[in-house]
Design a protein around this ligand. Structure first.
Ligand code: F6R
Length: 612
């Protein structure tokens, strides 16, 4: 969480910082700030709330003769999201300024020590400690790079930092540990940023910093050293995206655009891996040998949020196709208990961003005990991807909306391919069924297109139910996780209390809540649990709940039971979550839209959860 941009060069600094921050708004949006070296002086500007408030301030306060600057968009961890707590933070004399993403765990001890040296703290943040600490070292070393290196040796926790000092008007210093930071290279100018969208408009040439590296940027040079000042030779990489990948393309919100991108996202995820039903799935990215695959005793999948729901669906299909037991666990739980993972266990980490702190810690723990770690991510440039033993990039394109949509379906496709790949090597699933599944996977993009071209009923349903404060989503089997995901989408963007239940669990407690104020949405896909879910829906109707069905069934009788029937095309039950997820994304979207919520940037959230 939190986004950082730094710039040194001759272009208008404020514009570059504000443009960059607006591309990083998905990382946090409760306050923002920037500092520039203008007319030889450090000037700081901050605003509470959305970035627009900072833009308004900058409009009224033009700055001249700028040489460099640093900007920050915040998702508060220590200290309320007030103007005073917004970054950048400065030292006593105001000459040294810092922006920070992450958490400094030992900030209290450091603060006490620095107060002893006469540092006066103005905020409740952990970051202000870093500003005073670097300034304290600067007093001794009289060099910004040296002071940063000396200071970070004393920090515990996670940080990406961007620092500048008034007396070094062309020197920008960045460093990181367990939080992302890239260096971007221009002509006569250089940049630092938390993520590529911030700079892609200006350059595609980047260097990915590793933990404990310190980058020293001037307009014409970039020097990267380790924490002791020893130069590190780094590879320059070219970003594979065009700036258009991060525009709304005429849609009102990124979320709506990203939902509509799903047919192409599925095509992309299949490309090069599955092109005809008679050839085996090709997954060169999986580095396990056939022998190792045949010897796999267990698979553990770790993930958070939406990615965790994709993992739950994967458990279902891997166990069914590959006959290998699969455990699924939230990364935040996995890391705080004894894990019995070993080298005969494959550990799969799923993460859209590849940056989620808990999942990074979990995969590191798994690697430490010798497990092969396979990462499925949308960001092949991320920390997780770089640490993976095997990597399946899902190629969904940059996802800007905080609520994950297209990345979920891209992850599912990668997981289906993986399960079929293993099943083909192990010969563990019916060959005819595999062939049919492959055929149906190739047809999924067209089926999603059908759903997207018939949205009117979903919109009507959204309007009818937008005034309800509670919702229950029920399903069984493979669609239980789809119900959880649908409920999560509704919760996070409309703030309606939506809960997913395995339909059979309803009568073990939740049914007590049912009456006409508690709508029930049932995922009713033809297959092994169809009749069971139908009975559970009948039980709900008997308690006066208003009912919505999400189904591919043509049964006319359903019209007597359900107030709305959201239709999806017929599909093999194993693949059905790819289709059922789409109307649920749209339902959440339209309800939030009717309620006038901030769809792309829901309150209290941030897209990359880089703190524990
Ligand atoms: C929900 C959502 C979050 C993320 C979760 C994990 O719409 O976006 O629940 O799924 O924070 O993020 P990644 O997948 O980046 O590890």
């Amino acid at each position: 969480m939190c986004g950082i941009v730094g710039y040194v060069g001759a272009k208008p600094v404020v514009k570059i910082l504000l443009d960059g921050l607006s591309k990083l708004e998905y990382r946090g949006y409760d306050s923002a700030g920037l500092a520039v070296n203008s007319d030889g002086k450090i000037k700081i500007f901050k605003a509470e709330g959305k970035l627009q408030n900072l833009k308004d301030i900058m409009e009224k306060n033009p700055v001249s003769n700028t040489t460099m600057g640093i900007g920050h968009i915040r998702w508060a961890t220590h200290g309320a999201p007030t103007t005073v707590n917004a970054h950048p933070h400065s030292c006593n004399c105001g000459k040294l300024v810092v922006v920070h993403n992450g958490i400094i765990e030992n900030f209290k001890e450091l603060r006490e020590e620095l107060e002893g040296y006469g540092c006066v703290f103005k905020t409740e943040t952990d970051t202000e400690t870093v500003a005073h600490l670097i300034a304290h070292e600067y007093g001794k070393l009289n060099s910004l790079p040296k002071a940063v290196r000396a200071a970070v040796k004393q920090l515990k926790g996670a940080y990406a930092l961007c620092v500048m000092h008034q007396d070094e008007p062309n020197v920008l210093v960045g460093t990181r540990k367990n939080a992302p930071l890239i260096v971007a290279l221009g002509e006569g100018e250089n940049y630092l940023a938390s993520d590529c969208p911030a700079i892609i408009e200006y350059t595609k040439r980047v260097i990915y910093l590793d933990d404990d590296e310190v980058a020293v940027l001037t307009p014409d040079t970039v020097l990267i050293t380790d924490i002791d000042g020893k130069q590190v030779v780094k590879k320059e990489e070219i970003l594979p995206w065009e700036p258009v990948a991060i525009s709304k393309m005429g849609y009102k919100h990124f979320m709506l655009k990203e939902i509509h991108e799903q047919p192409d996202v599925i095509r992309n995820a299949l490309a090069g891996k599955l092109h005809d039903v008679n050839s085996p799935v090709k997954l060169d990215e999986v580095k396990l040998t056939a022998e190792q695959i045949k010897n796999l005793k267990r698979i553990e999948i770790i993930a958070c949020g939406t990615s965790l729901h994709a993992a739950m669906i994967a458990k279902y299909i891997i166990e069914a196709f590959c006959n290998i037991p699969v455990d699924v666990e939230a990364s935040s739980e996995y890391i705080y208990r004894k894990t019995v993972t070993d080298k005969n266990t494959l550990v799969i980490g799923i993460s859209q961003s590849g940056e989620t702190s808990d999942t990074i810690t979990a995969i590191r723990q798994a690697k430490a005990v010798g497990s092969h770690v396979l990462i499925i991510t949308n960001r092949p440039d991320s920390i997780m991807a770089r640490e993976a033993d095997s990597l399946i990039p899902v190629n969904a394109g940059i996802e800007v909306s905080v609520a994950a949509t297209k990345s979920f379906n891209a992850q599912l496709i990668a997981l289906y391919l993986f399960a079929i790949y293993i099943a083909e090597i192990k010969d563990s699933f019916d060959k005819i069924h595999i062939k049919n599944l492959k055929q149906e996977m190739l047809e999924l993009p067209a089926k999603v297109e059908i759903i997207l071209s018939h949205k009117e009923n979903i919109m009507k349903c959204a309007k009818t139910f937008s005034s309800f404060r509670n919702f229950i989503y029920i399903a069984r089997g493979i669609n239980y996780a789809a119900a959880l995901e649908g409920a999560l989408k509704l919760k996070e963007i409309s703030y309606i209390n939506a809960t997913g239940y395995p339909a059979g669990e309803l009568k073990h407690g939740p049914i007590a809540m049912l009456d006409e104020t508690m709508p029930v949405l049932a995922i009713l896909m033809p297959g092994v649990v169809y009749d069971k879910v139908l009975s559970n829906a009948e039980e709900s109707k008997a308690r006066n709940a208003r009912l919505i069905a999400l189904t591919s069934s043509e049964d006319k009788e359903l019209e007597n039971l359900f107030e709305y029937i959201l239709k999806v095309p017929t599909v093999d039950e194993y693949l059905s979550p790819v289709l059922t997820s789409v109307p649920l994304q749209l339902l959440a979207y339209y309800i939030a839209e009717f309620l006038g919520k901030d769809v792309d940037q829901p309150r209290n959230l941030a897209k990359s959860v880089t703190v524990e």
